[in-house]
Design a protein around this ligand. Sequence first.
Ligand code: MTE
Length: 319
Amino acid sequence: MLIRKTADIRPSEITSETNYLNRRDFIRAGAIAGGSLIAASAGAAVIPDTRQAKLSGISKSPFSTDEAPNSFEDISTYNNFYEFGTGKADPFRNAQDFKPRPWTIEVSGFAEKTGTFDFDDFMKPFDLEERIYRMRCVEAWSMVIPWVGISLAEVVKYFRPTSKAKYVAFETLNDKEQMPGIRRRSLDWPYREGLTIEEATNPLSILAVGIYGNSIPNQNGAPIRLVTPWKYGFKGIKSIVKINFTSSRPRTSWNMAAANEYGFYANVNPEVSHPRWSQARERRIGAGLFADKQETLMFNGYGEQVAHLYKGLDLRRNF
Ligand code: MTE
């Protein structure tokens, strides 16, 4: 994965969230022009608000952490979404004209119910839940994100996979008109990810459609993306257009790009280093420039819910 040594100081390190929120309306009034940031007053960078429409009927989940969530600003301006560029601020800058509606999701493969569904029809059978999860990126940074999503286990059950379905494969939209990063070959497009059927039906797995009670911003994977909090963030494929029930292990983007660095499982594991850096510790985004790194937990702290999925598996070889 590209690691950029940019001198970018994130907005949260300059402006407290309260100040930021107070300035929101002012900022909204005209700070975004042609997708680029402009300064409202000399020297002060302002951040356009990309908060979306409010979602309703959200219930709380016992799976949420009580750790303090990152600010909306952190979550929506420090992103990985290579379809919009490889820099951390590129998705925020370049995804604002992206159209997450109309949107269809094609469900195919070894399942009794398949077809192409309009996003709203796809969502109808499922209940929205808030899931406040830790997210640990393979690049050794982390955040706490209050997702709104639907249970992936419920989604899988709804489409009635047959006994041949051993994996669930996902694909992102591949549209170079809307996604300028696709014009470069930073990855082999479309972005692809996959889970075993046991992982997909684990109660922690969700398809997220919101953050902080509002629809998910484009840069975070609108209108729908995967969240598996015990795995490195790259498993969390964004802007999903295809779900395929397969009998063999699907090819996945980062594994295709560098199999010795990014495994299929990609479970958070502080004991297995990335070939180029240790995974023992992580930098919590928003903690401030001088904060100590914190220890990374096995399965990102979700071992109680997921360790049984990997019983008998050598986690060094199956990383
Ligand atoms: N999905 C797509 N389609 N393209 C991407 O580049 N990046 C992944 C993942 N999903 C990525 C993607 C990586 S590396 C991470 S860490 C998370 O998205 C980041 O999610 P966030 O930007 O919402 O924090």
